[in-house]
Design a protein around this ligand. Sequence first.
Ligand code: AMP
Length: 293
Amino acid sequence: MDNCLFCKIIRGEIPSYKIYEDEYTYAFLDISNDSNGHMLVVPKKHCENLLDCDSQTLANLTATIQKLGKHLTENCGFEGMNVITNCGKASGQEVFHLHFHILPRRKDDGISVFAPLNKNDESLEEICACLKVQQKESNKADEASNDRNIVLYTDGACSGNPGMGGWGAILMYKGVEKVLSGGEKETTNNRMELTAVIKGLEKIKGSQHVDVYSDSAYVVNAFLQDWISSWRSRGWKTTKGEVQNLDLWQQLIALTEKHDVVWHKVKGHADNEYNNRCDALAVGEIEKMRKTL
Ligand code: AMP
């Protein structure tokens, strides 16, 4: 977003006192300097507020908030914190790029976060009853969504790049695994990474919530950092020419429009059992092809 204040801060076009940064989030001191350590945590991907934000972005933000909270309480002498987000003009939101205020707290620091509310016509009982019902309903929704949860691990490999390639995918649903793999004689590593996710998602019937785990920054960041929107707005072109592997990107984008996909980047060749198994499947496909030559 060209004119968004916080996007400009993230890009370094407006100075900020940076507290923390990772691939997906950025934290900096609030300019108001109204309480000791008041900071803001924002996603690098622009969204207006909590209501306009996808679940993956929110998960990245809460992970950062937790990391900062642990740091403040374990290393900086604070004893707690308030985490607040204003959502919409009516709530007092002034900057329309999602942000969480963190107010580090000490016992008896005299900060009053919640000003007294105006008198409400509803009785306390009525309000509590209403909250309880909502809680029950949201628990039910959570249980139903847990039931539906599908996990997909994927990996691709290539011997030479381009060269002979393989892909592996493991789908898990309610403890049952489906193992998939395949290979191509002349391909690239990125194509195999993309193919692994496509093949896995293609096997899923209906429209489902799927957690996808891949070690490919190329695949995962295209969604988490929303490269896709800028490719699309520029007619599938980058400064270096046409977006590579467009055929596969278009298949994958169609599948992500069908399913509710949450992306997870895992470290490759590390200690993730399923990522390692997918890698072994991909390499196994290359070996199989080699023997038939
Ligand atoms: P909100 O009312 O929740 O939208 O909060 C916006 C916050 O952004 C306020 O607390 C401001 O003090 C803070 N803010 C505005 N401009 C800057 C800036 N350039 N650097 C740091 N914080 C800012």
